[in-house]
Ligand binder design. Structure first.
Ligand code: AQP
Length: 331
């Protein structure tokens, strides 16, 4: 039986956080045996906000090394850089003609980023979900493993697939978001009702995958908790609930088990344990990433093989799309 297809990506737009790891990459690793997986470095998405070109290039390679260090196997899945497969841009153009300005301007991320980057509200920022739809639909992906913040964008991809299929005949698989419990929304350590974000100006709010052990433990020590002293998940305890989610995701235990473990202990002991649990996992990932980055030829080989694999599938879909919309492709 043919394997079902998975597509996902992360932008090389800053230092990745444990939110990116728990919401996305960690879940990708679990899926690589069972599914036909395409995992990209979304550099075309990244330039929707200003990037330093040299830094973007460096972060692109760092992100691929991180993917592999986290456990993605380039033999099993296609690891590639989005801009190396031209069909992403080409399909975006076609999908743009069936995407409505109204629906795109209502997207939460567009509204948030327009506020955050008021000096640079460019067309690409608004078109971000259409490019993301093209990413997914090119591979006929059934599932898109993402954090909860990306659910709205996967829904637009579904809408565009259905709209295109209705207008031009069956062409695209209609994808579904795959939002796994536990790490779906990791929140800021300083404002625990807000998503932990790569671009938070307060460096104590986010734990980066590049943070060393001391920094990780220090950040958790400073994490905002709630009144009281009980380690218990509750709606009125967003700080402790977030820390419990992080602890459980890194330790592989349930919230009930963790609550029991910290019964009678104070926030200080608990925060230290969370920091240690995170540092124990990300330490070896950092060491492996560093080792991989010292072998640029290996990484270049992985990316060229990944792009070739992605290109073959993407070309097939795009050719079908061009036929359906009536683009002349030769006799
Ligand atoms: N806090 C989070 N909790 C769970 N999942 C998260 N993701 C991001 N933050 C969390 C998931 O990580 C994947 C890749 O994200 P991205 O690179 O597309 O975007 P981003 O990390 O949200 O970063 P941006 O767009 O640069 O903006 P900032 O950092 O300013 O918000 C996605 O699957 C996402 O759900």
């Amino acid at each position: 039986m043919e394997k079902k297809v998975i597509y996902s990506a992360v932008q090389p737009s800053g230092n990745l956080t444990i939110g990116n790891y728990l919401g996305a990459i960690r879940n990708w690793v679990k899926m690589q045996d069972e599914y036909d997986c395409y995992y990209a470095v979304a550099n075309m998405h990244a330039i929707t906000v200003k990037q330093d070109p040299a830094e973007l290039r460096r972060r692109t390679l760092e992100l691929v090394a991180l993917y592999i260090a986290c456990g993605l196997d380039p033999e099993k899945c296609a690891l590639y850089v989005q801009s190396n497969v031209p069909q992403h841009a080409e399909l975006t153009w076609v999908l743009n003609t069936i995407a409505y300005v109204g629906e795109l301007s209502r997207m939460t991320q567009f509204k948030d980023k327009s506020q955050k980057h008021a000096e640079n509200i460019n067309m690409g920022l608004m078109d971000y979900p259409v490019l993301m739809a093209a990413d997914i639909l090119l591979y006929q992906a059934q599932y898109v493993p993402v954090g909860a913040d990306q659910k709205q964008h996967v829904e637009i991809a579904r809408d565009l697939a259905i709209r295109f299929n209705n207008r031009f005949g069956e062409t695209f698989t209609v994808p579904e978001p795959l939002i796994l419990k536990g790490g779906a929304k990791i929140c800021s350590l300083q404002e625990p009702t807000k998503k932990m974000s790569k671009s938070d100006e307060n460096v104590n709010a986010s734990v980066y995958l590049t943070d060393d052990r001391d920094a990780v433990i220090r950040k958790f020590k400073r994490a905002v908790t709630d009144s009281g002293n009980e380690v218990r998940a509750a709606e009125d305890k967003p700080g402790v609930t977030n820390l419990l989610n992080i602890y459980c995701a890194f330790k592989g235990c349930t919230v009930e088990e963790a609550e029991k473990e910290f019964e009678g202990k104070g926030y200080g002991d608990f925060k230290l344990a969370v920091g240690e649990a995170v540092a124990d996992v990300i330490g070896p990932v950092q060491a492996e990433q560093k080792r991989l980055l010292s072998d640029k030829a290996y990484l270049a080989g992985v990316l060229s093989a990944g792009a070739e694999r992605a290109y073959k599938t993407a070309r097939r879909t795009l050719s079908k799309v061009y036929r359906k919309v009536g683009f002349y492709q030769g006799e």
